[in-house]
Design a protein around this ligand. Structure first.
Ligand code: CTP
Ligand code: MG
Length: 411
């Protein structure tokens, strides 16, 4: 510990995460979309907290305030509901700035992999009357177009691509926002709004990693970056003690995991088990489709890789998975493992229950589960319990799964 002031002393970061993620189209607001083993928002929060500002304000979709508490954990975050435009969401954040804050950084949660140093670089360049944005030089050759006609070349030396966090002196930014609200004008970003109110804006060098996750392709790019850094830490951990949260013990050693699940039969609905529909058999109760075989496999795989459990990744804090099929969980689990640098060796799973009569559909179930896991071999067996216990009384099904995973070899 030392007493050096943080570059972000007297600085608040407003993380805007209230957008709907229309272009990403991932079935949930963008901030809640998984990126590796955590959500886009959790990655954004990690970056912001690593920069150690004196206040963190998180603007989330109205009505979703409680859903982020599992992501913020015990970190000090003021959570407020956003508006129907980004500008209104920023304004909602500005309304709860703490006393003593002199500099405000406005940051898109969608720029989830922004390096923590970028916050300090922006904040330390803010001056009275001067806002600061991180920006990258434009590398493409640019044209002015009209319809399908190329009208003129554009000199890219005059252009820069703006990122966040964008930093401003507090009082001037608050005044600029009040003015924009009075005018009823929507600006493209905070810097444009600040400039119209008379502020100067300068730029510092941004970073490639601070790109905004907008489309499915951007999400894939972010996943690749994470998975490359997970693989790098997996290979580093071969010769060093475990340190990183998701690092592995050693690249050559396979790892085993166990998962169990129990569900009661429901009074209505059709059974979904082992990745198959079972017409005429009663459904199992559950937050999702009740596929206890799939759920036990998910726990076995996550446990083998040391990546938590089904509740953490797919539980009630992730409403986008409510009602989801077990196959969706399996596919996502395989992705989570791959991102953390693991391949699946094999899975063996057994359920105890009087019904359904399983043997005739064993091969079909194994194919379905294996396909959901991207081809890893899955063996499924079933047994009765000689009339003993709740499976024997026909009240429900109990499942045990084991899985072997191995760190992906580094070249
Ligand atoms: N944002 C916000 N409130 C809004 C709209 C956007 O807080 N009403 C936030 C988003 O959550 C995101 C950032 O502003 O972190 C940048 O916006 P964008 O990338 O456009 O995200 P979305 O609006 O969610 O996506 P889309 O435009 O595709 O719907
Ligand atoms: Mg938007």
């Amino acid at each position: 510990m030392n007493d050096l002031p943080s570059p972000l002393a007297r600085t608040a970061v407003i993380i805007v995460a209230a957008g709907s993620g229309t272009r990403l189209a991932a079935g949930a607001p963008k901030a809640f979309v998984p990126l590796g083993v955590r959500t886009i928002l959790e990655h954004a929060l990690d970056g912001v907290f690593a920069a150690a500002p004196s206040q963190v304000i998180l603007v989330v979709p109205a009505g979703r305030e409680a859903d982020v508490s599992a992501m913020t954990g015990d970190r000090p975050v003021r959570v407020v509901p956003g508006g129907d435009t980004r500008q209104r969401s920023v304004a909602a954040g500005l309304a709860v700035l703490a006393d003593g804050v002199d500099v405000v950084l406005v940051h898109d949660a969608a720029r989830a992999l922004t390096p923590p140093a970028q916050f300090g670089a922006v904040a330390s360049a803010v001056r009275p009357g001067v806002g600061v944005i991180p920006a990258l030089p434009v590398v493409d050759t640019l044209k002015r177009v009209h319809g399908d006609e190329v009208v003129a070349p554009v000199d890219r030396a005059e252009l820069a691509a703006a990122q966040t966090p964008q930093g401003f002196p507090r009082a001037e930014l608050v005044a600029a926002y009040a003015r924009a609200a009075d005018e009823g004008v929507e600006y493209t970003d905070d810097a444009a709004l600040f400039a119209v109110a008379g502020g100067a804006v300068r730029h510092v060098l941004g970073s490639e990693e601070a790109f905004k996750i907008t489309t499915p392709h951007d999400l894939e790019r972010a996943r690749m970056i994470l998975s490359a850094s997970a693989s790098a830490s997996a290979s580093a951990s071969a010769s060093a003690p475990r340190q990183a949260r998701h690092s592995v013990a050693g690249p050559a050693i396979p790892r085993i995991g166990i998962g169990t699940d129990v569900h009661a039969f429901a009074s209505a609905g059709m059974l979904r088990l082992a990745g198959l529909d079972w017409p005429g058999e009663p459904a199992l109760e559950g937050h999702s489709d009740g596929d206890a075989v799939a759920h036990a496999i998910v726990d076995a795989l996550l446990g083998a890789a040391g990546l938590g459990d089904i509740g953490q990744h797919f539980g009630t804090a992730h409403p986008e998975y409510a009602g989801a099929h077990g196959d969706v969980f399996l596919a996502r689990t395989a992705e989570i493992l791959a991102e953390a640098g693991f391949a699946i060796g094999n899975v063996s799973v057994q359920f105890q229950g009087n019904r359904p009569r399983f043997s005739a559909r064993r091969a079909e179930a194994e194919r379905a589960l294996s396909a959901a896991l991207g081809g890893a071999p899955v063996a499924v067996s079933a047994t009765t319990t000689d009339g003993l216990g709740f499976p024997g009384r026909g009240e429900g099904i109990a499942v045990t799964a084991v899985a072997l995973v191995h760190p992906i070899a580094q070249s």
